[in-house]
Design a protein. Sequence first.
Lengths: 1035, 461
Amino acid sequence: MTGSPTDTPSERVPSVLVVLVTRDATGWLRGCLTALAEQRYPRLGIVAVDDASGDGTVEILTQALGERRVIALRERAGFAGAMRAALTIPAAREADHLLVLHDDTALDPDAVARMVEAAHDIGVEDVGVVGAKVVDWRDPHLLLDVGRSADRFGHPYTPLQPGEIDQGQFDRVLEVLCVSSCAMLISREAWTRVGLFDERLDARHDDLDLCWRVRLAGFKVLMTPLARARHRRSGATGERRERQRRRSERYYEDRAALASLLKNASVISLLWLLPVDLLLSFVRLIFLLLSRRFEESFDLLAAWGWNLIHLPGTLARRVKAQSVRSVPDRELRRFMDTGGLRLPRWFESAGRILDEQREIDEEDAEVSAGRRLRDRTASLVGRHPVFVASFFAVLIGAVAFRQLIGPEPLAGGALPAFPGSFRGFFAELVSGFRTTPLGGTLPASPALGAMGGISWVAFGSTAIAQKVMLAGGVVLAGVLAYRAIARLTARPGAAVVAASAYVMSALVLWSFSDGRIASLVAIAVLPAIAERLEVAFGPDAPAGGPWRFAAGLGVTIAFAAAFVPGVVIAVAVMLAIQIVFGRSRGRGVVLAAGSVVLAGLLLFPFVPTILADDGAALGSGIGTTDLGDLGRLALGGGPGTWVVAAFLPIAAVVAFALVGPRYRGAAGRAILGAVAGLALAWLGSAGYLPVALTNAPVYLSLAAVGEAFVIGFGLASALGGLGRESFGLRQIATGVLAIVLGAGIFLQAASAMVGGWAVGGPAAVPAAWAVTASEARGDFRVLWVGADDERRFPAPGGDPQAVAPAGPATIRYALTGRDGIVAIDTGRTVNGGGAAYVQEALNEILSGTTEHGGALLAPLGVRFVVAEGGDLPPAAADLLDRQVDLDLVLEKGLRIYRNGAAMPPAAVLPGSDAGTITSADLATIAAIPPSTAVPLRAVEGGWQGVAPTDGIVQIGDAFDPDWELIATERAVPSRVSFGWSISFPAEAGALRIRYTAQAIRTVEIVLLAVLWLAALWITRKPVSRYEPVSPGTQP
Amino acid sequence: MRAERHRDRARGQGWLALLTVVVVVGGGFALERGLGTSPEGGPEPGVATSGAWSCPHGGGPKWQVQIHLANPGDAPVTARLTALTSGRPRKPVTVTVDPGTTRTVDVVAKTRAASTFVEFFGGWLAAGWVAQGGAGEIGVASEPCAASAGQRWYAPDGTTEQGQDAYLVVMNPFDTPAAFDVVLLTKTRAPIRDSAVNDVILPAHRSRAIRLNTLALGEAALGSEVDASIGRVAVASLGIGRDGGIRASLASDALASTAFLPVGAGAGQTVLSLMVPGEEPVQFGATLLSGDEATPAGGLTEAGQGPASAATYPIPVEGPGSVGVVTQGDAQVSAALRAIGVGNDWAATGGARAPAQRWVVLPATIGEPVVPGLILVDPGNDPVTVTLRVLAAGGPDDLVVRIEAGRALQVPAGFWAGAPDAAILVAADGPVLALAASTSLGNSGLSTYALAMGVPVPDPV
């Protein structure tokens, strides 16, 4: 736009043609037309284009403007199409400016004049587009648009807060990237050079693209606050009959943003913007999937897909846009959002909070500094407890986790080794047979699907996934505990404190220290389960309907049980408490039963694994009978397991005394759960419960949840009315509670920040482990032994799997592969005939009957027997020392025996006697001479190798008739060896052993995946298809 | 009213909290005190009985070595014998020993390092060896095999005086290499730690003989301590006289404050070898039990021996007897007894640390003709009745003998003479000691002499 017509009256006043685009606008069109009629601008023409309205819009237009000024389209052409139709009349091509106007926009009487003035008379050259200050139609104090910028990826960004009131804060002419198309003045030079709107884009998102192109062509885009337009947002508010929008608002925004980016960014910019955009979209996709926002994730993919399909059209438009480019991208950068990336909401909140604090500071300028600080702190904590807690959580987490940052995989504690690739998880999940010690055909846990998925998301790196899961487990525990308590108390402050106490409990810190990812998942999920059960048995029917509720709870239980099957015991205890003490028992039982049934369905292939060997997988070998340890919820060493950890039960008791009538029932059930958890943990550890019901970590998790809930209820009661009561014992108790919680959480956090975790780098594994780790002779298994004290074994031995009773020589033990415990064994323990055989072999050794324990352990593939230095009972150590085929090779840090009679877990035993190998008689097995076994190589679906001579193929895995040996194109069925394992007669030559029933497992896993998808779909977070979004609202 | 009700409720909640604490804490202590931890059960009785014997017998050119395997149980027992040398082990030989019988297996022993590893399955076996010298070495030596291998061994019976060669036979029957040091103790010299016998690597399934004369020549008393820093070994001392006599004494895998050293009838000169590996001097006394009243042995009533030393003491013995060594203040020593037979062939025994009620006494004879002798000693204060059974198919009837308290007796020669290759099962109603003290006709027509301590029978065999 050149020239300044109003400065010199002798010059021609620029002509403006208003292009009013209407559609089904009878409700508000008259207001718009009246406002147009009141315009004081001298050279104003109007043409209305009706986009195939179905109501009386055309009639109104004709009545107001006359037929000549109305173009009535017979078919819907969209906003851009309507504009195109308008340009067919000569007046449009001759007008100096087009004023694009929506039918639900009413201009102030001098708006057009002010916009033209901004284009010509304020000294800014080359103005291509001028926008008005857009306010709400009904409430003109409400700002809707004052010009927008965008991030580097084309997503619009407004400086307005939702609901921001017009106080004159934007009352100056602003040079912006984009203005709203509801009232947009475009110069003829601008539109003839760059064209008008991209008809492919949604009407709510096409203005940014147009303004961007105008900018590229060297024109300026201004917003003048002197021109005011009231906008009704009839489409966004649902007043206008819209066509069914198939996707979310975000879809149309993402689609337009990417298309604009592809069209308007320079090639150099695209080289980095496009990959980064792709990466950010990927991260967002993962976040959406994890938070069960499936429709939104699909919309995100669809937006990319749309752009892919429309790439030719986009490129054609890009050629046109770039052909008129006269400014480089860097000149537009100042109109774009700082930093290029949209900041996470957290940072935005931080900015807002800082602004608030600054305001408080200004208000209290005369108050002393100390008091100001106090007031500020109180205000900050009181108004934004979650933000403050998040800040400290990030701080503490960053310091506490510092030792674990690095490229190498974590090791130590009870952390299971992750497979080298994420595929390892999926391979085990889908495998028809177990590839870890003692084999069998019982399926792997569905948890492997989640672990594999997270590993895949972590750029395929299981080392990163390991760290993400470990740290994420603690974060998840805090978040879910907060959500659960906040839902029950409606007091975010109380929930934040209670959740902090929960996260800083000895149990959580011990689990983190030991690298117990599965336990952390259970600890994280239990508060959610407890809260859901409280709701199910509560006075009001759960929101969302019974199906959705039951599905949600079922998914939660199944998820936790997939990692720690013993969680179902805790659920059973909570359920029992609710059935006895809950309110709506009938509804609660039905909902809970439905949830449990669904959880069973979601775990259906895994259920037999859980129930095998009388439910051995439900139990845990970890425990303690020390009352002090149990009271502190400390099952082992590590930061935060010291005496200070007693703050949680102490605070729970004090909080229980403070609980008001509103929460009394729920608090009673919570404290009952805590007491039951402690009692059951002791009874299990002391050996009074069956193996399936012995699971101290789960019971203590239950206790921790109960204690945290009681703290939440107590705090909520105290915060809810203490100030109105006269001073007394309750106030004193509240003070005590505050001190106990404050000191406890602070000291626990300090302990965590000092670190000293059991997990860490390679140094977290005893140096002596190198003796076994460096063993070059193929695959083997390790038997971990130690006194029956319910502690974990030194890394990488993991937790004890069973106890071999032998009086003073009683030991706990675990059988692992050569890498120790592995993540693909999550949720399952050794079971079946092989597990029974381990017990028998150990009984022989510990009874002192045999001195050929190595030969007895040989069929299991055990090459090393490992104990922590000083951990073995002397009687057991003597008995192991007596074994002629177990040689003590190291006694520094670890006591390691090498089995001289060991066989590889899968091998050809040349020349072996079939009668001997197939015997289940232990005396016969003990007498088997050490042979020169030829190991077989594990391959997908089995093993393969070459038999040097005729002999026996022995596989140290549980027998199943579906194994067969293929040699010289002949299939040989399997036989039972040693009473439990697999063997085949083998002839000299190449051979392969394969599992023939894989198809069944594949079908099971596909069905399982379908079930999970269905359950997650039922419980998804719904997305609004008619989200009311105004052009000025922040996306 | 409402405020009062609220206060009452609040107070009630406080009491409830207190009650919770009392229940939890009180209940916890009640559970801990009242119930305690569930007692651990014992192991189920085992079914895969097995064990092993290490027999570091040594050998030489044209030596004949026999391993005697005796099965006192009621089920057949399989034995796997593996001959070890300094080279690759030979292929194992498997034999079955029927219940109540003795089986003799000849093993190859052409070098000083020769030894045999005996594994048994399906029951319990006693095992011992008898070695007959060859190629000018005409004596006979016999000892029971070692029931277990260990990391530390004491061999007090060594001498490198003129005319005597002393060897240590060290065997490693296991699957991993062993590394050991040898420390030699003498009467007067400081402990000898020669680099030649420091960190000696003994590969898996190998055996080795160490000639002590090269390390400490001219010592009348030479005790050896073998300390395996890696792995486990079994050790015996082997003595060879220039005049042809040989003797073997199984080393002891532990020190003790008492030692029982029976000796046979008809022996001539008898020598007690005592080794004190510790850093403190030892006061000890020795008592000789014989057919008569107990007497101080060799006048050793309050004798003393310096720390880290080995010494020998002549003990006059006539007829069957037993030398009991007791130290003061539970000082730890290792002892052996060597005796010379009528044919100028020395014999030795490491004795026993404690008496037992059941023994298997393995043959200590080889060749023909032989005179097997069995010495029984009752070191207690009450007389005992002993039942003797020859472990041979069709052997003589059981013999019952009575031993007076604190006396020793020799079983009538005729009882064992009918089956000299069979072992004797000794079952007493009180603790006794049992020793084979036999003579065999040597290669050169001279009578040879061997002592072999019996093997205590473990329960429940």
